[in-house]
Design a protein around this ligand. Sequence first.
Ligand SMILES: C[S@@+](CC[C@H](N)C(=O)[O-])C[C@H]1O[C@@H](n2cnc3c(N)ncnc32)[C@H](O)[C@@H]1O
Length: 238
Amino acid sequence: MTDSTTKTFEDAWQLAEGIKGWMTRGQAEMLWNAASALGPGQSILEIGSHCGRSTVILGTAAQNVGATVTAVDPFVEGRLFGGPSTRSIFEGNIERAGLNDVVTLRAEYSTQLRPQWDEQIDLLYIDGKHDYWTVTDDLRWAEHVPTGGNVLIHDCFSSIGVTSAILAHVAPGHSLRYLDRSTSLARFEVGTPDAADRRRILAQLPWWARNVGIKVLLRARLNGVAEKFGHTGTADPF
Ligand SMILES: C[S@@+](CC[C@H](N)C(=O)[O-])C[C@H]1O[C@@H](n2cnc3c(N)ncnc32)[C@H](O)[C@@H]1O
């Protein structure tokens, strides 16, 4: 049911588009659709919120359906992520989007929070630290998602760390089925994968190799060569 307070994807994208971060419009639509499929009282857990670009999309969809979002981010220091000042930017963006009642921030490392967590999660979004060990641990949050629930993973096929964890734990595993992707944001469902599901993960590896190759070219300042592979701009592919 919709009423005058229900927001559309366009409304949400307008709120999120100007927020610094790493999420394409297509990826925002994938997050939006997954969150919009939830119902009242259901919950989303996001690992890695940065300035709130993806949180605003998840939060606005959650607000429409009466769900909530827990955003987990310790706001790590560094050139890329900015440290504690990023927390103020995140909080400002959540407030401006009217999501203070929907989004709860846990300013902690996902790996430290996970062992204490005992609540059901209806939609899990993983976009925190991208090394193999952290992603391996973050995948264990899916143990809180019931069968049929979605697990979305950013940079699933554009990062050596994330993709190695997927190949080591998801492709041979028994609890996540690969569904589809928007560039490198991949959607999985909690459930038993069959051989075809596993093959479809392996079929994404040429796309992963292309993205890693582009990262190498960008570091070698061979942007012109990267353009020949369809990559424009100086940011890494995601
Ligand atoms: C790629 S950014 C997230 C981007 C965000 N989802 C967006 O749409 O713009 C990664 C974030 O993960 C956070 N991070 C790093 N290690 C983390 C961890 N162990 N748990 C949760 N977040 C972590 C960083 O502070 C950073 O803000």
